[in-house]
Ligand binder design. Structure first.
Ligand code: AMP
Ligand code: ZN
Length: 463
């Protein structure tokens, strides 16, 4: 499989460290609020990737963190902890907030047919691992102390900014300078451990060799990824916004501590945008949750189908018109599958040598071209030269990667009147009154519905 690598800025063949296995770390949600549909786009794309790897034959170990402490409202290590913010907003404890929104997150995740990670790990369960990592960095001379915490001196790490590219590093520095605290040695330095403020009791705080406090946001991902996947592992995923700061700092922490290469392949998902390339974000207040789509009568899988329409390295523009179009497409797809299923009498036939299967594999292996894979699914179902039993088998294969729920029957709300007419027609047919049966079929048609006789009995669908 070839995938674009943000680290080398080119498409590269995936070369697993251990033959046949891929270790993946994906940055997970900050559980102080509902995930927005931009976040969910990233998880859906990551799920397409994981399923593709498994389809090709890799054994995948997928680790995802749950950020339940330490993610501050500002990237410059200032501002409030998002968990404490959620706690104030809702009058619950920070722990209750974390618990509630973790559950809500996985409810969305499951409804989108995203496969659960092999390991999901909470930051608050790994404070000791983070302290150990900071101790290693301290020993290796990368840290310094200010009045509010222990910081990473980025000037000491020769490869700092390698992920974003040297050209972008100046921009990152300029950005960091805006909120530059005087005590920091360099604008890009960041907190590894923050002290609880004097006289203020935090809900989430721990003892450490440097004083009571809580971990900086970036340290959790370096600590937990290496704990579960080893000091060097295959693949790290996340949204594109993480390149410049979060993932850049993850590399500095991990490699500063171990002296080894942290990650071989970095894969980043482009943004979901609303209106003219405006980033959807909670702080900008322009975010929609999955529920706001479901409330309008669409199934979560319609959103998954919508996300399959753009390549992961392209922005995707959200609109309810586009969701309505995805809904129509998915309905048509399901009806097409149902037709094929019935014509094949539910009996799939293997088609390993079919060019459609080869094309499908080629699409996913070519930098995860999911839009192409979806068009091959359509092409397969519509191909009249292909036996229905083979089409059915191919659709079942493709579904392993796409997971649109194409074998779910479209629930059409058939009016009671149409059902009554259809039953009457069936009775007439059974009594061999074919003239009456035909007349009833015409009547049903004039009302906008079609009756088809299948092995399971008559089926009515919209004309
Ligand atoms: P967060 O819960 O803010 O830590 O973000 C969870 C994931 O969603 C991260 O991988 C982010 O990079 C990603 N993300 C944030 N905003 C968007 C967006 N508008 N579109 C796609 N992915 C996003
Ligand atoms: Zn992370």
């Amino acid at each position: 499989m070839r995938l674009y690598n943000t680290l080398t800025k080119k498409e590269e063949e995936l070369k697993p460290i251990k033959q046949g296995e891929i270790g993946i770390y994906a940055c997970g949600p900050t559980v102080y609020h509902y995930a927005h549909i931009g976040n969910l786009r990233t998880y859906i794309l990551e799920d397409f990737l994981r399923r593709s790897l498994e389809y090709i034959g890799f054994k995948v170990k997928h680790v995802m963190n749950i950020t339940d402490v330490g993610h501050l409202t500002s990237d410059a290590d200032e501002g409030e902890d998002k968990m404490e913010l959620g706690s104030k907003r809702e009058g619950k404890s920070a722990w209750e907030i974390a618990d509630f929104y973790t559950r809500a997150f996985f409810k969305d995740f499951d409804s989108l047919n995203c496969l659960r990670p092999t390991i999901s790990c909470k930051a608050t369960d790994h404070i000791a691992d983070m302290i150990e990592l900071v101790k290693k960095l301290e020993k290796n001379g990368y840290t310094y102390r200010t009045s509010d915490g222990i910081y990473y001196d980025t000037s000491k790490f020769a490869n700092y900014g390698i992920l974003a590219g040297k050209a972008n590093l100046e921009g990152i520095k300029a950005g960091a300078r805006i909120e530059f605290s005087k005590e920091k040695r360099n604008p890009t330095d960041f907190a590894l451990w923050k002290f609880s403020k004097e006289g203020e009791k935090r809900q989430m705080e721990w003892d450490s060799p440097w004083g009571k406090g809580f971990p900086g946001w970036h340290i959790e991902c370096s600590a937990m990824s290496m704990k579960y996947l080893g000091e060097t592992f295959d693949m790290h995923l996340g949204g594109i916004d993480h390149v410049a700061i979060h993932h850049t700092n993850e590399i500095a922490q991990a490699e500063g501590a171990t002296g080894k290469k942290f990650v071989n392949h970095w894969v980043h998902m482009e943004f979901l945008v609303i209106g003219s390339s405006e980033k959807m974000s909670k702080s900008a207040g322009n975010f929609l949750t999955l529920n706001s789509i479901v409330e309008k009568g669409y199934s979560p899988l319609v959103y998954r189908y919508f996300c399959s329409q753009a390549h992961y390295r392209k922005q995707l523009e959200f609109s309810f018109e586009a969701i309505a179009a995805a809904d129509r497409a998915l309905k048509n797809l399901r009806n097409l599958v149902l037709d094929v299923f019935e014509k094949a009498q539910g009996k799939p036939e293997e088609a390993f040598d079919c060019d459609k299967l080869l094309k499908f594999k080629k699409a996913i292996e070519d930098d995860l071209n999911i839009p192409m894979a979806v068009s091959i699914l359509w092409e397969t179902l519509r191909d009249n030269s292909l036996a229905n039993s083979k089409k059915m088998w191919l659709a079942m294969e493709f579904e392993k990667v796409l997971a649109f729920g194409i074998f779910e029957k479209e629930k059409e709300d058939v009016p009671a009147e149409i059902i009554a007419l259809s039953n009457e027609r069936w009775e007439a047919k059974k009594n061999k009154d074919f003239a009456r049966a035909d007349a009833l079929r015409e009547k049903i048609k004039s009302l906008g519905w079609l009756v088809e006789d299948t092995a399971q009995g008559p089926r009515v669908k919209k004309a």
